[in-house]
Design a protein around this ligand. Structure first.
Ligand code: FAD
Length: 503
């Protein structure tokens, strides 16, 4: 082995927000061969962004990957279960729909279920597309139980994620990582030193003069992007012409009953408001476009629309939609907000961190930092970001809201070709293809496209190869099975209480 290909021994994680501690936890379990040093630097004075409470189902894989016990996790983070997102006022002012997790109906003859739904849409027994989702049925009944293992049981089709207190999750992961050897350094980074001739980051220097050398640096410094953006110069690709929301107010209030197992997103005149139910409080926020609404009006609107009086000072955050051109440059990988930002409409940021960690492990470099590994990481990560971007733009663009400058703008703006193509294909005969390895699968696209009011003109002709009465029978059975099963599940809050009760 030449020296160049020697294994990396010093991994330095810059930042201790959700991104930093998720990576530290995963690295402590999977990269800790007894010889590798994993150091995390964070500054309590700078703090973390302190928002980010809703997740999507792959988070279960991450927790499992770490061997985390669900009951312990739910107790430690104040978590509740999440079966989807309810969108209020998005398609039209008086409309609402659920984007549920998991599948929609059962595919028949290789044809996606929604084609049959489209075919029989006007039949009196057909109902809404989400009537064919186990997660939606449980959400509507405010009930929860984990999926059944037996695939013949309708409950096997339930998919879920969590709402949790992001600060407590970071703390939980910190305990996990430190117990497995990650060294935490408290301090503010004042300078980043690069070597020659490669231009790699060689060390960071803290403001008290301490110098921390490393071989691989992972930038988890949040919006500052100290290493990837500032030091390495990976340019920011700005998407604010498609996603003009650039600020948010966030404030918690007391928990109110019932504890619903879903996030709510309510469209507002210049953005939208989130409602995230946790065990100990409800998280709320108003994401808005400052070009269309001033800060005070945005705050007033949020405070006027809480379930209960605010129980902390509202916090404001500014951001810009977009990502770094390269998420990995030289020996620096950017994770979390240091790599890019997409508003939390579909709760995708924590997932992008998780995906970045998994890809980094899959392409873990040695000291040669082979170009091919870095390029592959960048290809896979940027395509993941770009597909999620399209999915989020869809919610804004496909609306019938009119007469409000913000909504008129997003409804009529040019959209990325990739999204325009997806919408046009769906409008024609309901076809949806998952591009590359994109996060959102066909049922998610279908739930949102139909939820936002786009009903296909036709359907896949292969759907006609099955006898109508047989299909209608099956649809009725399915719908009933999900509703019946949902009615038997425990109440969501009662399920949590039992789960975390000391044994
Ligand atoms: P941060 O939390 O900002 O952490 C940065 C770290 O870097 C801190 O530890 C800081 O101390 C350290 N640091 C910075 N500079 C220095 C320095 N000079 N020296 C030493 N240390 C330094 N995501 C979801 O998945 N679901 C959601 O529901 C969701 N909601 C959101 C709502 C809003 C309004 C916003 C803005 C984001 C939301 N997100 C959500 C995104 C989510 O908050 C982030 O992806 C997540 O918190 C990760 O943040 P981070 O760790 O990258 O950055």
């Amino acid at each position: 082995m030449t020296a160049d290909h020697a294994p990396i021994r010093d991994v330095v994680i810059v930042g201790g927000g959700t991104a930093g501690w998720m990576l530290a936890a995963a690295a402590s379990r999977y990269l800790n061969d007894g010889q590798r040093r994993i150091t995390l630097i964070e500054s309590e004075a700078i703090g973390t962004i302190g928002v980010g409470e809703a997740t999507i189902p792959p988070i279960l894989n991450f927790n499992e990957f770490l061997g985390i016990d669900e009951a312990e996790f739910v107790a430690a983070t104040g978590a509740s279960f999440k079966l989807g997102i309810e969108f209020v006022g998005w398609g039209g002012e008086d409309e609402r729909y659920l984007h549920p997790f998991g599948r929609l109906g059962r595919d028949l003859h290789g044809v996606d279920f929604h084609h049959f739904w489209r075919k029989f849409r006007d039949h009196p027994d057909t109902g809404a597309i989400t009537d064919y989702s186990m997660s939606a049925a449980a959400a509507a009944a405010n009930r929860f139980a984990p999926p059944a293992a037996d695939p013949r049981n309708p409950l096997a089709h339930l998919a879920y994620a969590y709402h949790f207190d992001a600060g407590r999750y970071a703390r939980f992961l910190r305990d996990y990582a430190e117990a497995r050897g990650v060294v935490r350094v408290e301090g503010r980074i004042a300078a980043v030193d690069r070597d020659t001739p490669r231009g790699h980051v060689a060390a960071v220097t803290l403001d008290d003069g301490r110098r921390i050398d490393g071989e691989l640096f992972v930038d988890c410094s949040g919006f500052r992007s100290m290493l990837l953006g500032d030091a390495m110069g990976s340019a920011f690709t700005d998407w604010s012409h498609w996603l003009p929301c650039d600020r948010a107010w966030a404030v918690p209030c007391a928990r109110t009953a019932p504890l619903v197992p879903y996030t709510r997103s309510t469209a507002r005149p210049a953005g939208w408001q989130w409602r995230i139910p946790l065990q100990h409080r409800t998280g709320n926020g108003h994401v808005y476009a400052s070009a269309f609404m001033d800060d005070q009006a945005a705050l007033d609107l949020l405070l006027a629309n809480l379930d209960a009086p605010a129980d902390a000072e509202p916090r404001q955050v500014s951001f810009k939609a977009g990502r770094r051109e390269e998420l990995w440059r030289g020996n620096v990988v950017g994770l979390g907000l240091a790599g890019g930002f997409l508003e939390p409409l579909e709760s995708t940021s924590i997932h992008l961190i998780q995906h970045g960690i998994q890809l980094l492990f899959a392409l873990f470099p040695d000291r040669s930092f082979a170009d091919i590994e870095r390029r592959e990481y960048n290809r896979l990560m940027t395509s993941q970001f770009d597909a999620i971007r399209d999915f989020i733009i869809l919610h804004y663009h496909a609306t019938q809201r009119s007469g409000e400058p913000f909504w008129d703008h997003v409804r009529t703006m040019d959209i990325p070709d990739t999204l325009a193509n997806k919408i046009a294909l769906f409008r024609e005969k309901g076809r949806v293809f998952r591009y590359d390895d994109e996060l959102f699968a066909v049922p998610s696209w279908v739930a949102v496209l139909i939820g936002q009011g786009i009903v296909p003109r036709g359907y896949d002709p292969v759907a006609d190869s099955l006898a109508d009465d047989r299909v209608l029978d099956m649809m009725a059975q399915h719908r009933r099975a999900y509703a019946d099963m949902a009615a038997q599940l425990p109440d969501h809050a009662a399920y949590i209480e039992r789960l975390i009760a000391p044994s």
